[in-house]
Design a protein around this ligand. Structure first.
Ligand SMILES: NC(=O)c1ccc[n+]([C@@H]2O[C@H](COP(=O)([O-])OP(=O)(O)OC[C@H]3O[C@@H](n4cnc5c(N)ncnc54)[C@H](OP(=O)(O)O)[C@@H]3O)[C@@H](O)[C@H]2O)c1
Length: 334
């Protein structure tokens, strides 16, 4: 079968013939129709991710059709259109992942292949209102944003939300989820064009974090303050955001694209009773809840571009400059 194999740090993604996975008990084989990139795939290619091993087939997000099952009890899955939850072995504690937790696409071979094997518990029927490309785009980033907004920040209707770096894949899902939850959403971006796109999706406004007047612009946007900030860029900007939140605000992050936490004003944090929370991926329950939420509102992921699997290296290079708005998807044909 065809698979996109990464042989080492900063090597290109190479489309190669590899052997089809053999199933073990409890596993199913998914014939991949479409798969999507996450920043994680990029960090792994750049050598900036824990637990690197080569060769590896990357890819956490995928959508396809069940081609084989190991157990007779799973026969009913054959031919079903499915999406894969890439959050494996969460464990028993909803508050944090256990020691066996892993994400599809390292250490196990992932979705950038004609076929991927996964435990049956990781597959869910594809929402019917989505095509393969849209359905491949949401699992990892959508789940991360869902847990950040609803489980961690406990977002309520009419609350005021700031999403930092809206060009990020997960931030785009946070935008869609928060708008459909009835929140008032504002964004930041290094690109005016991305702010305009966010506004067409329902954001109330946005400002450019590269602007010299960022701080005063943010004050004008915040007015009496944000209730929730989702900021996975972190870096220097994070300290400024503390000045523009309401008492009791919740600040959640799941990445640090622009660098580590800067020194923070502890007095603001304790006086305003702020909660600063880290989060990662999500539980199986959250994945199900997200599917229900998006299906109820028929929310479609924002897809920036679609490439054939032969052009996957060209696709991942789009992430060098973070020019994308929404997800980059690759397709696998028969
Ligand atoms: N822990 C988890 O489970 C988990 C899950 C998903 C992602 N992540 C992490 O979360 C981060 C975002 O992931 P992603 O896949 O959504 O990202 P992505 O698509 O790679 O987006 C990165 C975005 O960060 C924004 N950014 C860069 N520098 C910034 C700065 N100085 N200030 C504000 N924003 C800045 C940019 O937004 P603009 O283009 O709008 O300027 C850029 O588009 C990454 O670090 C990723 O590794 C973690």
């Amino acid at each position: 079968m065809k698979a996109l194999v990464l042989h080492g740090i900063k090597e290109p993604l190479k489309l190669e013939e590899v052997s089809k996975p053999t199933l073990n008990a409890g596993e199913v084989l998914v014939k991949i129709k479409a798969a999507a990139f996450n920043r994680r795939d990029y960090w792994i290619q750049q050598g900036k991710y824990a637990g690197l091993k080569f060769p590896i087939t990357l890819g956490s997000d995928g959508c396809g059709v069940i081609a084989e099952v190991f157990d007779d009890a799973n026969q009913h899955w054959i031919g079903k259109e499915v999406v894969i939850n890439p959050s494996f072995n969460w464990g028993d504690a909803p508050n944090y992942q256990g020691k066996d937790f892993k994400i599809l696409g390292l250490p196990d071979d992932g979705t950038f292949a004609a076929y991927v094997k996964v435990p049956v518990a990781q597959v869910y029927e594809k929402p019917k209102y989505l095509n393969y490309i849209e359905a491949a785009a949401f699992p990892l980033a959508g789940l991360t944003a869902y847990r950040a907004l609803f489980t961690k920040a406990q977002l309520q209707k009419d609350e005021k939300v700031l999403l930092v770096g809206i060009g990020g894949g997960a931030a785009t899902f946070a935008l869609l989820w928060a708008i459909h939850a009835g929140a008032e959403v504002y964004v930041t971006s290094g690109s005016d064009d991305k702010i305009a796109k966010a506004i067409t999706l329902g954001a109330k406004g946005g400002i450019n974090y590269k602007s010299e007047s960022y701080d005063t612009d943010l004050q004008a946007l915040a007015a009496d303050g944000f209730d929730v900030i989702i900021d996975s860029a972190i870096g220097e900007g994070f300290a400024k955001h503390l000045n523009h939140v309401k008492p009791g605000a919740r600040l959640v992050f799941f990445g640090a694209t622009a660098g580590d936490l800067p020194p923070l004003n502890a007095r603001i944090i304790f006086w305003k009773q702020l909660q600063i929370m880290g989060t990662t991926m999500g539980t199986a329950q959250e994945f199900e809840d997200m599917l229900q939420f998006m299906t109820k509102h028929e929310i479609k992921p924002v897809v920036e571009s679609v490439f054939a699997c032969e052009d996957a290296e060209q696709a991942i290079r789009l992430m060098d400059q973070s020019d994308q708005f929404g997800k980059i998807v690759i397709t696998f044909n028969d």
